[in-house]
Design a protein around this ligand. Structure first.
Ligand SMILES: [Zn+2]
Length: 214
């Protein structure tokens, strides 16, 4: 059986080995934002890249990624189908930070959604997210949903697994909150930190899965 797992590469970047392909979602550029990013360079080789939006902490490229194929959902690759929904990067109608897109990846059985730098959501966003099994959600605030906002989204969507990303890291010089306030605000059982999430064997009751990152 081919691998079906999700790893976190720091900030908002994911390594998705699933459906016979290896995808990188939201690769940050090394040294992004004028040197504020000191995370290690992301190492491929990936089959393709896809970004929730084109800020350099989500859409960086280096040769180490091993591909120049950038997907633009809706599309298919390997056994995966990708779809997207435009959403707001801020609570001021996108006027401050612009738009992002939430990206859904499905193998026909399990649906993973990366919410990107979602900063605000409404009932139509929740309806689009309904039925999502794994929701990757930003929790660090300032540029995205904060702990309370992300917890409200998770309660509305009721995914099986929530993976928090885009929170404080000593190697990222941005005003992001730590993950703990989100864990407390949502109050679901916390699993991990662990190296990977097995997409074929999700926890049997709704859980927050912390991924260890780089
Ligand atoms: Zn961001």
């Amino acid at each position: 059986m081919s691998p079906a797992n999700l790893r976190w590469l720091g900030h908002a970047a994911l390594d998705v080995r699933w459906g016979g392909v290896r995808l990188c979602i939201d690769p940050h550029r090394p040294g992004a934002l004028g040197g504020r990013f000191q995370l290690p360079e992301i190492q491929g080789p990936f089959d393709a890249l896809v970004s929730t939006h084109f800020h350099e902490d989500h859409a960086g490229w280096t040769p180490a990624l091993g591909t120049t194929l950038r997907l633009d959902p809706p599309c298919r690759i390997g056994g995966l189908e990708l779809t997207a929904r435009p959403a707001l990067h801020d609570a001021e109608g996108g006027l401050r930070m612009g738009l992002v897109r939430m990206i859904a990846v499905s193998d026909g059985n399990t649906r993973l959604v990366h919410a990107g730098d979602l900063g605000h959501f409404d009932g139509a966003d929740v309806a689009w997210l309904a039925g999502c099994d794994v929701l990757v959600v930003p929790v660090g605030g300032t540029y995205t949903l904060d702990a309370e906002g992300a917890a409200a989204l998770c309660r509305a969507v009721q995914p099986q697994v929530v993976v928090p990303v885009h929170y404080r890291d000593a190697r990222i010089d941005l005003p992001l909150a730590a993950v703990e306030p989100f864990l407390g605000a949502l109050g679901w059982p916390v699993v991990g930190p662990q190296v990977a999430l097995d997409m074929a064997n999700l926890p049997s009751s709704p859980s927050i899965v912390r991924l260890a990152g780089p």
